[in-house]
Ligand binder design. Structure first.
Ligand code: SAH
Length: 326
């Protein structure tokens, strides 16, 4: 929902100030539409339905994976594709993976989103509408900005959406923003007040290798990115989660684990190893054994390391697979 349009429409209709809040409260709690907002005058509900689209996104398709993960392909009013994912865990956790852009201007070589056309930044309303789409079906408690796009390149809109997430049931502490290492964004995240988690897509501790698989490293080299993450930690006292996609023969060797462990201060960082999800790139994923061995080396060096549970791979909903394909 475009909240600015809601506000101006209510003002034009001569409605009292508290109306916008009433409408938002219903919406954030998962109301299916204006008709359900029973403390609003019926005529006003009809008027709003005509003048303020209840969602800025239209649902085009929804796919359900065997593990319960749901992927929605949504479209903006100007026809741009946006994907969002709901992950359900056995312990009852409900986690949303949201997109910040339609497509992505960066060109990480292992990621399907980087290979599709970049369209534009999403508005705060379009980001919230992804979450609301799922919130209308069930309660949600975690959000990660790990969908399409680079959230730090659209940080104003991402943070504006984050401000509203607690109304949907997602606290700031259960919200994470993932970045390729876009330094100005990391510093701005550290300077604002919400206790949001920072996640860094690191993927190679060696500068030359990182530049090869993530060209953005030429613009923001890893050494500078890590310094920015450490500033973030100093300001927010929250550990930074490092994402590391395991590519066979590329970044999964013993020496590379040692180099990674030496680059990361275990007080500041926790590592999440990500099994590679097929995207049609030239890479192969590391074997389960190679991932376990890499993890063991990190832990021997005192660095906490976990292996990410793969979700939604059979519907192309897993990390790096969002590309709005049929
Ligand atoms: N642009 C931000 C937000 C996207 S997060 C960022 O890169 O951090 C998506 C995560 O999935 C990133 O860590 C990304 O590197 C990872 N990823 C991309 N392609 C992948 C693949 N094929 N398999 C597993 N993870 C992948």
């Amino acid at each position: 929902m475009d909240l600015a349009l809601l506000q101006s429409t209510l003002a034009e209709l001569g409605q009292p100030d508290f109306r916008a809040r009433q409408v938002w409260e219903w919406t954030a709690r998962g109301a299916p539409g204006y008709a359900a907002m029973t403390n609003l005058p019926a005529a006003l509900r009809g008027e709003l339905a005509e003048r303020v689209p209840f969602s800025s996104l239209a649902l085009e398709r929804e796919a359900r994976a065997s593990d319960g993960t749901v992927k929605a392909l949504l479209r903006t009013h100007d026809g741009r594709p946006v994907e969002a994912v709901l992950m359900r865990y056995r312990d009852g956790r409900r986690s949303l993976c949201l997109s910040s852009q339609s497509g992505c201007p960066l060109t990480c070589t292992f990621c399907a989103t980087g290979a599709m056309r970049f369209a534009r930044n999403l508005t705060a309303g379009e980001i919230l509408d992804q979450a609301l789409h799922f919130r209308r079906g069930e309660g949600v408690d975690h959000v990660v900005f790990m969908g399409m796009g680079e959230p730090m390149m659209n940080l104003d809109h991402v943070l504006e959406a984050c401000r509203r997430l607690p109304d949907l049931g997602v606290t700031h502490r259960r919200t994470a923003i993932s970045t390729v290492g876009w330094i100005p964004g990391i510093d701005r995240l550290a300077a604002q007040d919400m206790p949001i988690r920072l996640a860094l897509s690191l993927h190679a501790a060696d500068e030359a290798l990182r530049s090869q698989i993530m060209p953005v490293n030429d613009r923001y080299p890893l050494a500078d990115v890590l310094a920015a993450c450490e500033r973030h930690y100093a300001a927010k006292h929250r550990q930074v989660f490092v994402e590391y996609v395991m590519l066979a023969g590329v970044n999964d060797r013993y020496e590379q684990a040692v180099q990674l462990a030496q680059a990361l201060d275990p007080r500041v960082y926790k590592v999440n190893l990500i099994p590679y999800n097929p995207t049609g790139s030239a890479y192969d994923g590391s074997s389960r054994e190679a991932i376990a061995a890499f993890q063991a080396v990190l832990e021997e060096h005192g660095l906490r390391a976990t292996v990410r549970l793969t979700r939604g791979r059979d519907i192309d909903a897993a990390c790096g697979q969002l590309a709005a394909k049929a």
